[in-house]
Design a protein around this ligand. Structure first.
Ligand code: 3EB
Length: 347
């Protein structure tokens, strides 16, 4: 459990990854605050629901190889929660957490378009006009849908259609994760903020995902490589939180180090270092900010093959400080040749 978070934040958002136990988790002092939303990574999916009066998304992402964990997003501000159709949400006047589960579908395109349009309209209508972080947890991600199209590609079409329908309101894409789960269906959660604090970043080592060539699917994935959320809207402010998207062993648009999980893990960590480094932040107008890969915390590491868990873990543990909060998952990645994907948060 990381102790690196300051105790009080006036406008920030922070998260913890805590083990799921039958007893209520003991909360570290640094984690006091109000819960905005939770994502429970466990052994079966469930409808998004208000649980203990807070939004809870439950996704099937643990098996016998990894323990269940809960990601808890907190804020210092008072929170209002509610439901919107099948979705659950919480807002604190500065940030919105929204989560919804879409059950198994023969073809995902149309229901995903509808889910994303509803979600984006909800955020807009409540004044949370800047997307900050999206998670797309996709069952059977590299398996075919009822038409024979890979489910990730099918999903990407519906998501792209929603962003295109709402392009006047959401012209910018935020940090995201697109990753496999262990049950059919799609679990979506996102964080959004009031206008003026979010800056979206690309990676100098990677082609922007929205410009991927069509060999990876009829519609390119709709996400940025990272989003920096400034602590305040003051223009001179360069303090904030960097939300690092799911990052893989991709250079340009090519998967590199096919069949070599150790090299894929090291390349992924180099990609994160280049993305979060001071040069890249300066290139995106964030002068004075910048991180090292060692600053990555609340890390989620997705490993396709269970037999690779040990080697990935040993590389992550030797690269990141001992007090880093890291959780591992044994799930498929969105390209069959990607063996590992890593995401996290830098402050
Ligand atoms: C990649 O770089 C790896 O579709 O939302 C990473 C992060 C990936 C987000 C998404 C996909 C997504 O293309 C896959």
């Amino acid at each position: 459990m990381s102790n690196r978070q300051p105790e009080a934040r006036s406008r920030g958002l922070w998260s913890d990854l805590v083990p799921v136990t039958t007893a209520a988790p003991r909360e570290p002092v640094a984690s006091r605050g109000n819960i905005l939303g939770r994502i429970r990574f466990t052994d079966a999916p469930a409808e998004a629901a208000l649980d203990d009066a807070t939004p809870l998304l439950t996704t099937h992402m643990t098996n016998e190889h990894v323990p269940p964990v809960e990601e808890i997003w907190r804020t210092a501000l008072p929170v209002r929660t509610g439901t919107a159709g099948d979705a659950v949400f919480a807002e604190d006047g500065e940030h919105l957490f929204y989560a919804v589960r879409l059950g198994p579908q023969p073809v995902y395109r149309e229901p995903v378009r509808e889910l994303y349009e509803n979600a984006l309209r909800f955020a807009w209508d409540h004044g949370y006009t800047d997307l900050v972080r999206m998670w797309n947890l996709i069952g059977g991600i590299t398996s075919p849908n009822a038409d024979g199209l890979e489910i990730y590609r099918d999903f990407c079409i519906g998501r792209a259609e929603a962003f295109s329908a709402l392009a006047d309101r959401f012209p910018q894409l935020s940090a995201a994760t697109g990753i496999g789960t262990l049950s059919p269906g799609v679990d979506v959660a996102f964080l959004a903020a009031k206008p003026g604090r979010a800056v979206h970043l690309e990676n100098p080592r990677q082609t922007p995902a929205y410009k991927y060539p069509s060999q990876y699917g009829p519609k390119s994935p709709s996400f940025a490589r990272a989003t920096f959320l400034k602590d305040t809207t003051a223009p001179e402010s360069v303090t904030g939180t960097l939300f690092v998207s799911g990052t893989a062993s991709i250079l340009g648009d090519d998967t590199v180090h096919i069949d070599d999980v150790a090299l894929q893990t090291e390349e992924t960590l180099r990609n994160i270092g280049a993305l979060a480094g001071g040069d890249n932040l300066r290139d995106h107008g964030l002068d004075g900010a910048g991180y090292d890969v060692k600053d990555l915390d609340q890390v989620k590491v997705y490993v396709r093959d269970a037999e690779d868990l040990l080697v990935v873990r040993s590389i992550c543990e030797s690269t990141l400080p001992a007090d880093t909060d890291i959780s591992y998952f044994n799930v498929a990645v969105c390209r069959p040749d990607l063996l590992v994907e890593i995401e996290g948060v830098c402050r």
